[in-house]
Design a protein around this ligand. Structure first.
Ligand SMILES: Cc1cc2nc3c(=O)[nH]c(=O)nc-3n(C[C@H](O)[C@H](O)[C@H](O)COP(=O)(O)O)c2cc1C
Length: 192
């Protein structure tokens, strides 16, 4: 059972799911590469593993490579219609194979084939070739089940800092920042 900021994170996500149109679970994940260059991209939050937020991706992608070099990541959610932002800092690692395979097997067959086919973040010569390969693979997998490739799976982020930003009138926004110190959450209120 989650407490403190994780409980609040889950409550805000539930409210976003109820009230926000489209990808209420979209989050911007930033990584840092071996040249200390940060890089950001959107992914979808798909589940919690205990208190860790989980998304799924190709481990050989740019973000996957970055996380191998530097486990420290940051995440931002923003819901304009709710006037809310959440900022997270944490440590990223691969989920267990069981989690990756269970989620992979729950996906539509086209997405499972794409996960096998797509060498995410690698340069390709043409999208026509990619689409042609996809059609070939669809035939191949009409008689057998696609299996979750080793290079594909979940990334879970163990949160050590999280800020809840709530918009208010006259820019008197609230910023509640929780930091984990010796396993305990400490709360600070920051000026907007
Ligand atoms: C709304 C949205 C959701 C996305 N969700 C995912 C996702 O869950 N996993 C993923 O690997 N890529 C997702 N993408 C694509 C990524 O933004 C990105 O293009 C891809 O992961 C390659 O990133 P990289 O080269 O930095 O590794 C999403 C893109 C958008 C716009």
């Amino acid at each position: 059972m989650s407490t403190g900021p994780i409980k609040r994170l889950k409550t805000w996500l539930d409210e976003a799911k109820d009230k926000v149109e489209g990808n209420w679970n979209a989050m911007c994940v930033s990584t840092v590469d071996k040249n200390h260059q940060s890089d950001s991209r959107m992914v979808l939050l798909k589940q919690f593993n205990g208190d860790k937020v989980v998304f799924f991706t190709n481990y050989q992608s740019k973000k996957g490579e970055d996380i191998l070099t530097n486990e420290k990541v940051s995440i931002v959610f923003f819901w304009d219609s709710l006037g809310r932002q959440i900022r997270i800092q944490g440590r990223a690692s691969k989920t267990s194979r069981e989690i990756s395979e269970a989620y992979y097997n729950s996906r539509p067959v086209g997405s499972r084939i794409s996960a096998i086919l797509s060498q995410q973040s690698q340069e390709i010569s043409s999208y026509d070739d990619l689409r042609a390969k996809f059609e070939e693979m669809k035939k191949e997998y009409s008689v057998k089940d696609p299996i979750c490739p080793e290079h594909w799976g979940g990334i879970e982020v163990d949160i050590h800092k999280i800020e809840f930003w709530q918009e208010h009138e006259s820019r008197l926004h609230e910023r509640n920042v929780y930091s984990k110190v010796d396993g305990e959450w400490k709360l600070k209120y920051l000026s907007p």
